[in-house]
Design a protein around this ligand. Sequence first.
Ligand SMILES: Nc1nc2c(ncn2[C@@H]2O[C@H](COP(=O)(O)OP(=O)(O)OP(=O)(O)O)[C@@H](O)[C@H]2O)c(=O)[nH]1
Ligand SMILES: [Mg+2]
Length: 409
Amino acid sequence: MLEKKDIELESAVLIGVVTREQDETQSKEYLDELEFLTYTAGGEVKKRFTQKMEMPNPKTFIGTGKMEEVKQFIDDNEIGTAIFDDELSAAQERNISKILGVKVLDRTNLILDIFAQRAQTSYARTQVELAQCEYLLPRLKGMWTHLERQKGGIGMRGPGETEIETDRRIVRDKIALLKAKIKTIDKQMAVQRGNRGKMVRVALVGYTNVGKSTLMNTISKSEVFAENKLFATLDTTVRKVVIQNLPFLLTDTVGFIRKLPTQLVESFKSTLDEVREADLLLHVVDISHPNFEEHIASVNKILGEIDSADKPTIMVFNKIDAYKAEPFDETDLTAERTTDHYSLAEWKRTWMNRVGEDNALFISALNKKNLEEFKKRVYNEVREIHVTRFPYNHFLYPDYDYENLGEEE
Ligand SMILES: Nc1nc2c(ncn2[C@@H]2O[C@H](COP(=O)(O)OP(=O)(O)OP(=O)(O)O)[C@@H](O)[C@H]2O)c(=O)[nH]1
Ligand SMILES: [Mg+2]
């Protein structure tokens, strides 16, 4: 990226609340994710603040005492940004930044900002800009005006930067314009998708950073950008893949995240059409992540929002090389064995029970572990769909043959 702040990290504090539904471990994991988001956006977290409370304060989100503590730290350490884990109302955001005197962002803001930074094509940029405008619109009144000193950096890219002084009408016009632009591109994309004929379409879906692009690169020998940051991929890549003469289309697309801003789901609807129109989903999971089960739930929720929850799906548990179970002390009679102590074999059994023996695969895309099994499973599933469309082709595709596969490598 060209932005200067990629080199010079912006210092930030994180603020989260611990509620009844959200216990301390969970709250810590959420803040871990928020810290990773901050890092991805180009920030460095200097301190985290949490407060136990039943309901966020409607005016300032956290309580007065806690706010004092945060302010003190910000003043003493020259912090430039305060980032809240939950979505703040326009009024809360205003009140808080008045008190703290620094830029105040929420999780939505941060995610939108990362998307803005990472959008490569004009299509992705248009979609992100639309989401930013939709986010901005209800917050326009008085936003940022007391912060004239600060320009640029996290959360300040995009429409917020140029349209501070303008009124809502202009943003509304812009939204209309962006929507029209997206509609035009959509038509072209729909035609493109139509041209692909009856070819079977498989889509990689999953939480961000689970290894979708890495898997895509490994099996299609393509070069999709993959890295250990969130939302490495924003655009959709479609590759023709051939396993033992059987051709199909494989799509790699944007990763999901817990509480993905609704504006983004909305404006990325067209990118997500690739998922909606797929015949088969490969739901990739990072099993080495302590929260992977919650990630699965988040992904399923978003799949539901885009009418794709009932598609044939194979669960692909990736990063088995990095999986580590919590050690369990058999001699400690007070210790309770939980899923944290599960071995990979136990997870395998559990998931095979849940989704069917054929629908849970355990691989390492990076170390190329169990990729044979993966290819075989995908081959069989794709073949089943393929022969319903090209019945006369049936004889062309015999059972998966390990022997022949060597030639493909
Ligand atoms: N240890 C380990 N790391 C992996 C494996 N597969 C991918 N990774 C790493 O995980 C990180 C994320 O990989 P990506 O392929 O960019 O993940 P993605 O799902 O495409 O992420 P987004 O595009 O951000 O949604 C990279 O640093 C990869 O090298 C694996 O099997 N084992
Ligand atoms: Mg990716």
